[in-house]
Write a protein that binds this ligand. Structure first.
Ligand SMILES: Nc1ncnc2c1ncn2[C@@H]1O[C@H](COP(=O)(O)OP(=O)(O)OP(=O)(O)O)[C@@H](O)[C@H]1O
Ligand SMILES: [Mg+2]
Length: 373
């Protein structure tokens, strides 16, 4: 298996995109990579995070403020900035950019359906996260931008987002919906469904639907050009993907698909970070308990012998369980693609919810322990 140095990876790229299955630690790893990268003189690093729970943003002291970079007080040699993606603001900005005139812009921005989609659907974050990344790059203010990707049903959704945007405009659905006679007929036929939708969405769904698609069609050219540009930027040499997984079958299985899809699109997969691994070796040839009862008794001479024995037994059992998990993990890790270096990061003692936790994870990442030895 090839090896990698994470400090070199962060130093050699201007964009790192952190992808992977839901809940594996993408946001946390993105913050830790940013922390590592900011530890160099004059480095300006931005972590663009998409953490709907906002836990990390709050822990890093950027609170509820989204949509603008905020500096994190780290005491490092360089600067670490974090921005919480404001998907609503990004969509509004896209509409303002591509609308042919103010009338269309205002009509879309106040359209009920548009507002519902951009404010409520997490999937709508995928495209705008990349759009925002692309725009931040053009400012040339940052040495490195680390993009944390949104929770999605599968990690490929993110890669597909620009193409889906182009397909939407080029596809039959939009043509069909914006052809007045057809859409009137279709909407009539679907009236019972749209009436229910009206009630669920709490607004005039039918008229908003027609208006929304007719208006959005006027922006086709701008949207398609931009999405094509965004897609191209993913395969630039200065962009690399960091794939995060845990050593469980589900997320680890996704890694192979993601690596193959990245290769198919000529994107670079720099490293697989296997997060939250069991912090003991799978097998060190010593299955006995950590400490003998005699040795433990010498360490705590005042403790009752029965208590010492019980504690030593408990520690032994815990260690055995951990070794058992580590063995199962090793099996999963061997199934990872051999052509992308993989490093493992242990499960930390507690949830990572503040700068100290990020620092600990950054240290573990910096040490780059190969996942399979
Ligand atoms: N190495 C670790 N040790 C202990 N806890 C960790 C570690 N890495 C991540 N966590 C914890 O795991 C949880 C999930 O992490 P995180 O929010 O970063 O995942 P995510 O992949 O971004 O999730 P989502 O797909 O929902 O965005 C968090 O509570 C985080 O603190
Ligand atoms: Mg996240």
């Amino acid at each position: 298996m090839s090896t990698v140095s994470i400090p070199e990876l962060v130093a050699d790229h201007s964009t790192l995109i952190v992808a992977g299955s839901g809940g594996v630690g993408k946001t946390t790893v993105a913050a830790a990579l940013g922390y590592l990268a900011a530890d160099r003189p004059d480095g300006r690093v931005l972590v663009l995070t998409v953490d709907p729970a906002r836990r990390l943003a709050t822990a890093l002291g950027i609170g509820d403020v989204g949509g603008v970079p905020r500096r994190v007080d780290t005491g490092l040699r360089g600067e670490l900035w974090v921005e919480m993606l404001d998907a609503r603001q990004e969509w509004d900005r896209l509409i303002s950019t591509h609308a042919p005139d103010e009338g269309v812009r205002d009509a879309v921005l106040s359209n009920h359906l548009y507002r519902h989609i951009t404010r409520r659907f997490v999937q709508s974050h995928e495209y705008v996260a990349m759009e925002r990344l692309h725009r931040l790059h053009t400012t040339e203010e940052w040495d490195l931008i680390v993009l944390d990707t949104p929770p999605s049903r599968n990690a490929l959704d993110l890669l597909d987002a620009p193409a889906r945007m182009c397909d939407f405009f080029g596809g039959r659905l939009l043509r069909w919906l914006t052809a007045p006679a057809t859409s009137r007929f279709a909407l009539q036929a679907f009236r019972p469904i749209t009436l229910v939708a009206d009630r669920i969405l709490g607004g005039p769904f039918v008229s908003d639907l027609t208006e929304f698609f007719v208006l959005i069609k006027t922006m086709e050219k701008g949207f398609v050009e931009r999405a094509t540009e965004v897609e191209k930027s993913l395969s630039q040499e200065s962009t690399n993907f960091v794939i995060v997984t845990t050593a469980e079958r589900g997320p680890a299985g996704e890694v192979m698909r993601l690596v193959q899809e990245l290769a198919r699109r000529r994107c670079r997969a720099g490293v697989v970070v296997v997060n939250r691994t069991t912090p003991v070796p799978a097998d060190d040839g010593n299955e006995a308990s950590v400490l003998s009862v005699d040795a433990a008794s010498r360490l705590v001479p005042d403790a009752a012998p029965a208590v010492v024995t019980a504690v030593v037994e408990m520690m032994g059992e815990t260690l055995d369980q951990m070794r058992h998990s580590a063995r199962a993990e090793s099996e999963v890790l061997r199934s990872l693609p051999g052509d992308v270096p993989a490093v493992r990061v242990p499960m930390m003692d507690s949830d990572i919810a503040d700068l100290d936790g990020i620092k600990g994870l950054a240290r573990a990442l910096g040490a780059s322990v190969p996942a399979v030895t």
